[in-house]
Design a protein around this ligand. Structure first.
Ligand code: GLN
Length: 444
């Protein structure tokens, strides 16, 4: 059956790719056997999938690719996981990521390298690199990731698959290990847009366990996906930042816009004047929230505990040994930005800029239905190539604004540059994933 074939693919390929941190072979077969005919009308019946290892699975290790959660076994499951199980999908394993989802290449994992299936010398992107690679290599038909500043869309672009970040609040975050709670959102990686619609349908909806999940009905994403996009307005950003933008990427996106125009869309120009400040804003807001969220890893409540003469020494040792460099960097930036005396100068200013960025979108969406940009400025880079953290941060310039504004975004493969896949990003109105998927599908 399907799960068995997926298992064979993982066994055959994952030594080279390194997408999975854990594969629960026995459990997979047990789960697959548990599916009986009575459930065969479930939409996800027998469909194998993978979860980024920051999504909690009761009874199965969930590490966030951090030493500090090395042997952590959550006592409960994330709502997204539970919903997929309820629809008889089969979990194959947990995928690699940048530690606590902080990064753009999956190089920050405490455990292993994940390689880009299109070119093993290149990174798969990040932070959901394992999920992207697992889908790109055909090991599973879909996987879930999390996106705080681009961690679904950017690896999807690098690995030549579809990646969707839903509107903030569309999908429950219950059981997602928190990075930056006001930005985090779970979403699917798939081989095509239609599959993304199916998976989104399965995981969306209000969840009383997540107070930020929206009490709104879920649209039917699947039925109308093939509707004509005639008359829909596609916004092209005239004042987008172009730092480090590969001309080939821009060309590929321009061509994709032409395809949408041929399919009947009206192309209009829009302006997002504050989006040039998005990266600076994000790298205050996200670390600030992270420093607070990660305070709970103190050696007492979760996972790893180091020895120490006193309580303070135990805390210190646990955290110094348990966290990697990038995580420590973020905790320090965030703690600094939130310190009394600095709050007004940094965090407050960042929140104000966040509002301006959101207003830019409000205005732009009076003139269009979706906004097109590249997903990332370049195709996948080589391991070690972006060793300066600031360079790495700039990689997110096209994806971050949608997180700050809470809007849905999708990356769709739109050609090859230097022989490597690149993606077009579409950003939609809040809770209008339906139109987003429809336009993406019309391009594909
Ligand atoms: N690359 C960004 C970061 O390092 C985004 C990560 C994410 O979306 N989880 O924070």
């Amino acid at each position: 059956d399907w799960a068995q074939r997926s298992l064979l693919a993982i066994r055959g390929m994952d030594k080279q790719i390194g997408a999975f941190l854990t594969v629960e072979e026995d459990q997979v077969m047990a789960n697959a056997r548990r599916l009986d005919d009575a459930k065969s009308n479930h939409r996800m019946f027998g469909v194998p999938f993978a979860l980024k290892d920051n999504i909690c699975t009761a009874g199965q290790k969930t590490t966030a690719a951090s030493r500090i959660l090395e042997n952590y076994i959550p006592p409960y499951s994330a709502t997204v996981y539970q919903r997929l199980l309820d629809q008889s999908a089969v979990l194959m394993g947990k995928t690699n990521l940048d530690e606590f989802a902080m990064g753009s290449s999956t190089e920050n994992s405490a455990y292993q390298k994940t390689r880009n299936p299109y070119n093993l010398e290149r990174v798969p992107g990040g932070s959901s690199g394992g999920s992207a690679a697992a889908v790109a290599a055909g090991m599973v038909p879909f996987a879930l990731g999390s996106d705080t500043g681009g961690s679904i869309r950017q690896p999807a672009a690098y690995c030549g698959v579809v990646g969707l970040k839903p509107t903030y609040g569309r999908v429950s975050r219950y059981g997602l290990i928190a990075f930056a709670s006001s930005l985090d959102q779970i979403g699917p990686f798939t081989r095509n847009v239609e599959d993304a619609a199916f998976v989104l349908q399965a995981i969306s909806g209000h969840d009383p366990m997540d107070s930020t999940s929206a009490p709104m009905d879920v649209d039917d994403y699947v039925t109308h996906i093939g509707d004509s996009i005639k008359g829909l307005r596609v916004g092209v950003v005239t004042d987008a930042a172009t730092d480090g933008l590969h001309p080939g990427v821009q060309e590929a996106v321009d061509k994709a816009v032409q395809v949408l125009a041929q399919a009947g869309a009206e192309v209009v120009e829009v302006s997002l004047p504050h989006s040039v400040y998005a990266v600076a804003t994000y790298y205050l807001v996200a670390p600030a929230e992270a420093s607070s969220n990660l305070a709970r890893y103190d050696g007492v409540r979760y996972g790893r505990r180091a020895a120490g003469e006193s309580l303070l020494e135990m805390y210190e040792r646990t955290r110094s040994e348990g966290f990697g460099l990038e995580v420590k960097r973020r905790i320090m930036i965030g703690t600094y930005a939130l310190s009394s005396g600095y709050y007004d100068a940094y965090y407050l200013r960042a929140q104000q800029m966040r509002t301006l960025i959101r207003r830019d979108y409000d205005e732009a969406f009076e003139r269009c239905d979706v906004i097109v940009t590249p997903t990332a400025p370049t195709p996948a880079f080589r391991f070690g190539e972006n060793s300066d953290p600031l360079e790495m941060y700039l990689n997110d310039l096209y994806t971050i604004p949608a997180n700050l504004a809470g809007l849905p975004g999708i990356s769709v493969p739109c050609g090859l540059v230097d022989g490597l896949p690149v993606g077009m990003q579409l950003v939609g109105k809040a809770f209008d994933e339906k139109t987003l998927l429809q336009v993406a599908h019309a391009y594909e």
